[in-house]
Write a protein that binds this ligand. Structure first.
Ligand code: FAD
Length: 321
């Protein structure tokens, strides 16, 4: 047996969530006294690939086929499944990112494997059982899931496992695969948003605002606080539906799920659909002028007050810190 980790990259660079998943996979490999292989798809420099060794990968399979330049669930899942078979991997780990959530079930079908998405801690392996703790009911509860299949797929929730550096090195090998035409999709048009802001799914701090901010012209203070804290910005669904903010910032049941170390919610009521995407944040701070806003029930810290008075004071306080 061995463990395989899919090392997801963004524009040729591995994300923090990838290093978390590699560290997690390494710990599982150690639990089972076996080796860890990483697979990378796309144009990634040899230095970047070799750096995966620092987090525990002993071998890195690099796939650079031009047909796989753009992410396509089906094609990527086929390649990762090929790699899993080549390495006789019985455990495949991915990040529970947007791509990971698309890949995990497809890998499950291709490898006839049980799948756990949203894993939050290392599997418990006792008495021949393999049990994984995962978030359930949109983050409102945890479930313990026993995997009984020979091959197991685990998608790790970003920000739930620490990046652990080792003194290891990785051997990088080219892995030549030819994707099936039926797996590929023709890209008609690609729209890229270029930004130097912190990426929302990977952010450790998120400053988020809702309809309480009244209009897009008031987001300057949200942006300013986010910049001061090195945070990403997010918003509630009605805010992005109204075109006040881009859809890429919408968090919740129908948006992105995040679990930053600190989530600051400003003028957001805390509807169940919003909480579904943010309730696994480590610390939640709520600013709302309504003391009965449901968000306060899940807040670690709360400020009852008008955002237009509280935010400028908070910004000044952070600047003075
Ligand atoms: P509101 O509900 O209008 O709340 C505004 C809040 O701001 C209030 O609590 C108010 O007290 C406060 N406020 C007002 N003025 C101020 C001020 N000056 N200072 C401080 N506070 C102030 N929503 C999501 O966010 N994400 C989702 O993924 C999502 N998915 C959904 C899926 C479905 C199927 C459905 C039905 C709904 C979904 N929703 C989602 C919508 C959700 O139910 C709520 O309607 C939405 O989250 C409310 O957004 P809000 O809190 O910004 O606005």
């Amino acid at each position: 047996m061995s463990v395989l980790i899919y090392a997801e990259n963004a524009d040729g660079k591995f994300k923090k969530s990838t290093f978390e998943a590699v560290s997690y996979a390494k710990a599982i490999a150690d639990q089972n006294n076996t080796g860890l292989t990483a697979i990378s798809i796309g144009d990634v420099s040899s230095d970047e690939l070799a750096a995966l060794g620092k987090y525990g990968a002993q071998k890195v399979l690099s796939v650079t086929n031009d047909k796989l330049k753009n992410f396509v669930n089906q094609a990527y899942a086929s390649v990762i499944a090929e790699a899993a078979k080549k390495e006789a991997a019985t455990i495949v780990v991915l990040s529970n990112s947007f791509s990971g959530r698309g890949l995990a079930p497809r890998l499950g079908v291709k490898l006839e494997a049980g799948v756990v998405d949203g894993a939050v801690v290392l599997p418990i392996q006792t008495d021949g059982k393999f049990v994984v703790k995962k978030t359930a009911f949109s983050g409102k509860a945890f479930a313990m899931v026993e995997l009984t299949s020979a091959v197991k797929i685990i998608a790790l929730t970003p920000n739930s496992y620490k990046v652990v550096e080792t003194d290891g090195t990785a051997n990088v090998e080219e892995f030549a695969v030819e994707p099936k035409a039926s797996d590929l999709k023709e890209i008609v048009k690609e729209i890229m948003r270029s930004t130097d802001k912190v990426s929302l799914p990977d952010a450790e701090i998120v400053v988020s605002a809702g309809r309480g901010l009244k209009g897009p012209e008031n987001w300057g203070m949200v942006e300013e606080l986010a910049e001061l804290l090195g945070a990403a910005t997010a918003c509630s669904k009605p805010v992005s539906d109204s075109g006040w903010r881009p859809h890429s910032e919408h968090v919740g049941q129908t948006g992105i799920s995040i679990s930053p170390n600190l989530y600051i919610a400003i003028g957001i009521s805390g509807a169940i659909q919003h909480l579904a995407g943010v309730s696994s944040s480590k610390v939640i701070v709520v600013i709302n002028k309504d003391a009965d806003a449901p968000f306060f029930k899940v807040a670690d810290y709360g400020i009852v007050g008008d955002a237009f008075e509280v935010l400028p004071k908070l910004i000044e306080a952070v600047k003075a810190y």
